[in-house]
Design a protein around this ligand. Structure first.
Ligand code: RB5
Length: 149
């Protein structure tokens, strides 16, 4: 699990560069899906780019950052196979890996400090999915996605 796709809207372009440098220094391979300037832009465009990379297996995981993380998660979760989670603390980042097997992490630059964002990213990348009883529950989510319910 070394390749990570990352995208932000205008609110977190500079922070994205810092995260890329940080994760590259730890050996991850980053795919920067934009935005590339702080001109106002639309978060769903970047959520889609990152989600598609993860869906196709071009990236093992995705990271999305906007003002709150919420819009990114709503948009990314429209892409089949994506389990995108908004996190505001490290416990959420840990639990959403262990229990939800989330493959996209959504963060908010207006709600979390840069330091907390880096901590959440570390936790989320380093925590494994527990499977077990959680697989059955995730299958139910897949059933909803596949409109079996
Ligand atoms: C952009 O103004 C803002 O709506 C966006 O960054 C994000 O917070 C949406 O959920």
């Amino acid at each position: 699990m070394k390749k990570i796709a990352i995208g932000t809207d205008h609110s977190a372009v500079e922070l994205k560069s810092q995260i890329i440098d940080y994760l590259e220094s730890k050996g991850y391979i980053l795919s920067d899906e934009g935005a590339y300037t702080d001109d106002s832009c639309d978060y769903p465009d970047y959520a889609l780019k990152v989600a598609k990379k993860v869906q196709k297996g071009d990236a093992a995981r995705g990271i999305l950052i906007c003002g709150t993380g919420i819009g990114m998660a709503i948009a990314a979760n429209k892409v089949k196979g994506i389990l995108a989670a908004v996190c505001t603390n490290t416990l959420m980042a840990e639990m959403t890996r262990k229990h939800n097997n989330s493959n996209v992490l959504c963060l908010g630059v207006r709600v979390s400090s840069h330091r907390d964002i880096l901590e959440m990213i570390d936790t989320w990348l380093e925590t494994e999915y527990e499977e077990g009883r959680h697989r059955y529950r995730l299958n139910k989510i897949s059933d909803i996605e596949n409109s079996k319910l």
